[in-house]
Design a protein around this ligand. Structure first.
Ligand SMILES: Cc1cc2nc3c(=O)[nH]c(=O)nc-3n(C[C@H](O)[C@H](O)[C@H](O)COP(=O)(O)O)c2cc1C
Length: 366
């Protein structure tokens, strides 16, 4: 069915089409029985996976950037995913780069984006997650007595969302210099610790100037050491585990990747998400939009993402799980990543070209 509406969707500006799709998937909840129907339509067989101390209903997740402000979590939860990663969220609200900033490359089954972290800001996103009953704060005796109404409302919401693992992807504001980036990430960690099942530290978007420099050994060591310390404090306070994952770029040299992985392992991180979009352009790209500035995703990213995965698998040697993302457009692609050693996979551009039915097709094929 998606293939028949895709030509219409593709006549609309990509960012606008995306916004319509997000609104549609979320607003169906105002239509009696629609979410139930979507759940039946996109229901995936249980293929549970344990990772980071969490149980995922299946290995297929939604990649960061699709629902940046966590506005469609309920609707997206009906599409068969085992987890959703919302964000990237920045501490303060910011507009991102000027539009247009997302481009389809249909001849290449790809997308280029230079969104630059448009974000409603952390306060708003926390509010959205609170409404879903996702945030569980350390209880004092006072809150226990007063908040009975909240308790019942939360219980109801918790039951309806309980199986969906929710990750929050965090990033620094554009105006924060790298020397102060740690403060942005620390504040985000503290704010989202009560609401997230895991956090992904995004230091690999190509669209925030200088962000990827945080993948360098010294900067990364400083950042991750501080975050690990803060995470331990939050875990103690909230009496829950808070896995921290690091999202890496596909464009690191072998030495840079090895350095980053050494630091990730040494600082006690729980996993790696690989990869973000690439700034590389294969000369074989056929689309007129190929020279647009930004990060390329979809089919042309597949081989780079696989190459990085195989290097990471070798280096981490089973010590931490890996989420593979980048150019997964079919069940075969997803199977291959899992066979190569990924524990979970994520999709973004595949959903644009194949539609939401891709999730079910993948899970069924595993
Ligand atoms: C329009 C768009 C926006 C994105 N925004 C983010 C983001 O905010 N944070 C992030 O970590 N990754 C972001 N990504 C990268 C994806 O999460 C993913 O790593 C990348 O697109 C590769 O996967 P794919 O080939 O399946 O799309 C974005 C990708 C696209 C296409």
């Amino acid at each position: 069915m998606y293939k028949s509406i895709r030509p219409i969707l593709f006549t609309i500006d990509p960012e606008r089409a995306h916004q319509h799709a997000l609104d549609a998937v979320e607003n169906t909840r105002y239509i009696f029985g629609a979410h139930w129907l979507m759940r039946q339509l996109y229901k995936t067989p249980p293929k549970p996976v344990q990772a980071f101390g969490l149980t995922f209903q299946n290995p297929v997740g939604l990649a960061a950037g699709y629902d940046k402000d966590a506005v469609a979590v309920r609707g997206l939860s009906t599409l068969g995913f085992g987890h959703l990663e919302v964000g990237t969220v920045t501490p303060l609200a910011q507009y991102g780069n000027p539009k247009p900033r997302v481009f389809r490359l249909p001849e290449d089954e790809a997308v280029i984006n230079r969104m630059g972290f448009p974000s409603a800001g952390s306060a708003k996103v926390v509010k959205n997650l609170k409404k879903l009953g996702r945030c569980h704060y350390a209880k004092t005796s006072k809150t226990r007595v007063i908040n009975l109404r909240g308790f019942f409302a939360e219980g109801k919401r918790k039951r309806s969302n309980s199986k969906m693992i929710l990750g929050v992807n965090i990033g620094k504001n554009k105006n924060t210099p790298n020397a102060e980036a740690v403060l942005d990430y620390l504040s985000l960690l503290e704010l989202f610790a009560p609401c997230a099942d895991y956090l992904t530290i995004n230091i690999s978007s190509p669209n925030t100037v200088g962000l990827r420099d945080l993948q360098g050994r010294d900067a990364l060591e400083m950042l991750l050491t501080q975050l690990h310390k803060q995470r331990k404090m939050e875990e103690k306070k909230l009496r829950k585990k808070l896995p921290l994952l690091v999202k890496l770029a596909p464009d690191l040299s072998d030495a840079e990747l090895a350095d980053a992985l050494d630091v990730i392992l040494d600082t006690g991180m729980d996993g790696v998400v690989a990869t973000n979009t690439t700034i590389a352009r294969d000369p074989k790209l056929g689309s007129t939009k190929k020279q647009e500035t930004g990060g390329l995703s979809g089919t042309p990213l597949k081989s780079a993402s696989e190459a990085v995965l195989s290097k990471i698998v070798k280096k981490v040697d089973g010590k931490i799980p890996i989420i593979s993302v980048g150019g997964i457009m079919s069940p075969e692609d997803a199977k291959r990543r899992l066979e190569m050693g990924a524990t979970l996979v994520q999709l973004y551009t595949g959903l644009i070209y194949e539609g939401p039915g891709l999730v079910k097709r993948i899970v069924k094929a595993l």
